[in-house]
Each structure stands twice: as structure tokens, then as C-alpha cells.
Design a protein around this ligand. Structure first.
Ligand code: NAD
Length: 256
């Protein structure tokens, strides 16, 4: 379905980003990966799906790095047809104890980077009258949890940015939607499982069940593969008129 198209997925060396990149590659899209840590493993996993793959190590907290990455993607593959704004970090602390540098980093990586990549991707999408911008927000773009002020503020911001991007392009073939996962067992959440296990003196298995039990009636983690399938749907012709939605995949978290 996506043969000949190029997808750039930020924060795709791990977790949800890698899951989405693999799902888009399985539909034939060439992929630009981004993120920290090992890039060779993810590159090989994408190449094995029979598409072209490139990697750019932009630090998504730096505007000049994002500009460089978008230029690299255009010069490597001609254009970015699908932009997935996924890179994100977390820090958990009450507001009065929240480190100022963590606030700034979360707003820059989880929110401002989506604005910068979007503003740089839009002109070439508008030129060919087709494009897909998918913002990986969170249930925390819809509801809040204590001790996650920066993350919740950034993710609510991402949902707002999604709606504005969708509206500004509503008469064109460029759509923008957000995905709002509940708990997904990636390194980002594993840290929270480990912290809970330590704080409560319980096993990792018990800590996982406690995390799920607090929020997710399904008692199941959402998987990167499920989120990848939703991203593929947003790229399909059936989603041509799906604009500005914040689609939760959260085991019932926000239905309560
Ligand atoms: P992860 O830690 O597995 O992956 C995060 C990715 O972002 C990695 O590739 C990492 O290298 C990259 N990254 C981090 N800082 C970066 C920076 N400054 N520049 C470039 N890349 C950077 O986490 P994940 O759980 O896969 O999270 C992906 C997205 O999904 C995030 O936006 C997160 O907020 C969101 N999300 C996660 C969950 C969850 O339960 N895991 C739930 C809802 C939303």
C-alpha cells in the first residue's frame, strides 16, 4: 500500500517508534530512522522487510538537528510523505520537586520537536497534495496523572497541535492525527515498573500488575505492533477524511 512512499519516524530505535516503522515498512514504505542507542539492529530489521532504510541521529531537543534531519531525509529519498512524531521521554516527580532541566527537556522533545518536524515536512506534502502526520501522544494527552506535569502538559499540547495541523490542511490530501496509547511495555515504562517494584518491595511481575490495575481495565499492555497497525490505517485511503482525531488504544483507561 505504501510502496514508493517515505516515512520518517522520530525516536524509532526502540519501542513504539520501531514498531510503527516496521509496520509502515511492511506496507512498502522506505524508512528514515532516528533515535539514540544502537541503530544497526533496527536498520537491519527494517531492511529485512525489503525496503530502503536510512538513519539520522538528530537530538530532537535541538532545532538545528531537526532541520538537518529533515534535509537529510529529503535529499536521501526525495520527500517525506509520512511523518511520525514519536520521540519522547518521561520524568516522574511532584511539581514542587520537578527538576527544571527535565521540564525543559520534556517540553522540547515531546512537544516542540513535533512542531519543528511538522513545519518542515508540510510544504513538500502540500506540493503533492498527499501526506500523513501521525503524532504519538498518549492517554496523558487526554487525562492526567499525578507526578507527570511536564509529560501531561506536553502530550495535551501534542493533541492540540494535531488538531490545528489537521484544520490548516483540511481541504487537502494532508491529514494529521494523534495516537494515544495507554501502558506499553517499552524501556520508558520498564523504568516505572522497576521504580514501583523497588518502592513497594514487590516482584517485577507484581509491579506490572499494580501499574495496569491502577489504570487499565483490560489488565493488558498495548503493543507496538497494535500501534503500528493503527498508524497503517491512518495512512490508508480509508482514513483520507480522518482529521484531527486523538485515538486512544488504552485498554479502557480513558473510558472510566
Ligand atoms: P522508548 O524509550 O522505548 O523509545 C523512545 C525513543 O525516543 C527511543 O528511540 C529514544 O532513543 C528516542 N529519544 C529519546 N530522546 C530523544 C532525543 N532527544 N532525540 C531523539 N530521539 C530521542 O519509549 P516508548 O515507550 O517507545 O515511547 C515512544 C513514544 O510513545 C513517546 O512519545 C512516549 O511518550 C509515547 N508513549 C509511550 C507509552 C508507553 O506506555 N510506553 C504510552 C503512551 C505514549
Amino acid at each position: 500500500m505504501l510502496k514508493g512512499k517515505t516515512a520518517l519516524v522520530t525516536g524509532s530505535t526502540s519501542g513504539i517508534g520501531l514498531g510503527i516503522a516496521k509496520a509502515l515498512a511492511a506496507q512498502g514504505a522506505n524508512i528514515v530512522l532516528n533515535g539514540f542507542g544502537d541503530a544497526e539492529g533496527p536498520k537491519a530489521e527494517i531492511a529485512a522487510l525489503g525496503v530502503k532504510v536510512a538513519y539520522h541521529g538528530a537530538d530532537m531537543s535541538k532545532v538545528s538537528d531537526i532541520e538537518d534531519m529533515m534535509q537529510f531525509a529529503a535529499s536521501t529519498f526525495g520527500r517525506v510523505d509520512i511523518l511520525v512524531n514519536n520521540a519522547g521521554i518521561q520524568h516522574v516527580a511532584r511539581i514542587e520537586e520537578f527538576p527544571v532541566d527535565r521540564w525543559d527537556a520534556i517540553i522540547a522533545i515531546n512537544l516542540s520537536s513535533a512542531f519543528h518536524a511538522t513545519r518542515l515536512a508540510l510544504p513538500s506534502m502540500q506540493q503533492v497534495n498527499w501526506g500523513r502526520i501521525i503524532n504519538v501522544a498518549s492517554v496523558h494527552g487526554l487525562v492526567a496523572s499525578a507526578a507527570k506535569s511536564a509529560y501531561v502538559a506536553a502530550k495535551h499540547g501534542v493533541v492540540g497541535l494535531t488538531k490545528v495541523t489537521a484544520l490548516e490542511n483540511a481541504t487537502s490530501g494532508v491529514t494529521c492525527n494523534a495516537i494515544c496509547p495507554g501502558w506499553v511495555l517499552t524501556p520508558l515504562v520498564q523504568k516505572q515498573v522497576d521504580a514501583k517494584a523497588q518502592a513497594m518491595g514487590v516482584s517485577h511481575e507484581e509491579a506490572k500488575n499494580l501499574l495496569l490495575g491502577e489504570k487499565e481495565p483490560s489488565m493488558q499492555f498495548t503493543t507496538p505492533e497494535e500501534l503500528g497497525a493503527l498508524a497503517v490505517f491512518f495512512c490508508s485511503p480509508a482514513a483520507d477524511n480522518v482529521r484531527g482525531v486523538a485515538w486512544n488504544m488504552d485498554g479502557g483507561w480513558t473510558a472510566q
